[in-house]
Design a protein around this ligand. Structure first.
Ligand code: GDP
Ligand code: MG
Length: 320
């Protein structure tokens, strides 16, 4: 079965791409085999991450950005990650009329991913879905994610250029945005610049950047946009292109991608070992006995862990 999926992905067959992403979401036993086989065909797509508070206008921006990319003849994959949504298969973006128009375009693939299981699982699934779209030949892959927690920061680490979307002072003034989100920004977008307070938001971001230590090589530009009339969308596109050029010319892209690979391999190993350990240990009578011993202070968690570790058999630990 998985040969058909692999062939379909490499041919850019959207049904097979969709099938593969479902297998990823469902943690199908065949998914790692598929991802392994398609891996040699990845690494060509440029990945753009868009994050920000709910309602900041991320989907509207993606929508406009898609128009710009399509005018250039580029093919695009969009993954909208919303950990608060139990829906998958386009529910988040699909209710937006324009997005539906895009969804009919065969060179655009749009997929929403909600939570199935843990948030950690969501960031792994997103990364793997990006690999599928990459192998399917998409030139640009956009990840839209709600900027609320660590998991989103983890997801966005898979983007080559990260856009943080702010809006004119109101609910999400610059100070209230999580420090972690600020640090990952390669480009700041002040969307809804048609509303009052845009100047203030732009200057607040500027002041924050002045204080920041880590923009010696690249100072994130601040771009104003209004999705209602597309103003600033070309500037946003240019800013992404500029950042892409910077990454290529400075050699940073290689550094970043190498670091990503390092982490990916370690993550896979960690994940498999953890599952193996949990399968063997948790729920066993011996483990329950140890828990009781620790509870009554006849044993302690450290000695118990050392004891269990010696008995763990990693022979069954495999990736596929
Ligand atoms: N005034 C104004 N409203 C906007 C703009 N961009 C988006 N919106 C509105 O903001 C709301 C949230 O937009 P959406 O793209 O769904 O935000 P997301 O939750 O960040 O994806 C919608 O009602 C949009 O029509 C803008 O540039 N100006
Ligand atoms: Mg959205």
């Amino acid at each position: 079965m998985h040969e058909k999926v692999i062939e379909g992905i490499l041919n850019g067959d959207r049904r097979m791409v969709a099938r593969a992403i479902s297998l990823i979401e469902n943690q199908d036993p065949n998914k790692n085999k598929i991802l392994s086989e398609i891996y040699p065909h990845t690494g060509k797509a440029y990945v753009v991450g868009i994050t920000g508070a709910p309602g900041a206008g991320k989907s509207s921006l993606v929508d406009r950005y898609l128009e710009t990319l399509r005018k250039q003849g580029l093919t695009v994959g969009v993954i909208a990650v919303d950990p608060t949504s139990p829906f998958t298969g386009g529910a988040i973006l699909g209710d937006r009329i324009r997005m539906q128009e895009h969804a009919l375009d065969k060179d655009i693939f749009i997929r929403s991913m909600g939570t199935r299981g843990s948030l950690g699982g969501l960031s792994r699934a997103t990364k793997e879905a990006v690999q599928v779209l990459d192998a399917a030949g998409k030139d640009v892959i956009v990840i839209e994610t709600v900027g609320v927690g660590q998991s989103e920061v983890d997801i966005i680490k898979y983007a080559d250029s990260t856009l943080v979307v702010m809006t004119p002072a109101g609910g999400d003034s610059v100070q209230t945005i999580k420090a972690g989100i600020m640090e990952i920004a390669d480009i700041f977008i002040v969307n809804k610049s048609d509303l009052a307070g845009a100047d203030r938001t732009v200057s607040e971001i500027g002041m924050m950047l002045d204080l920041s230590e880590n923009n010696k090589q690249w100072r994130p530009p601040v771009v104003r946009t209004v999705t209602l009339d597309s103003s600033g969308i070309d500037d946003m596109y240019e800013a992404i292109e500029k950042h892409r050029t910077f990454l290529m010319e400075s050699g940073n892209i290689e550094k970043v991608r190498k670091e990503r690979i390092r982490r990916d391999v370690l993550d896979l190993i960690e994940y498999q070992i953890k599952n193996t350990v949990w399968d063997q240990v948790s729920g066993s009578d011996e483990f329950e006995e140890l828990v009781n011993q620790i509870m009554s202070r006849e044993n302690d968690p450290y000695s118990a862990a050392a004891q269990v570790l010696q008995g763990v058999n990693l022979d069954q630990c495999k990736v596929f």
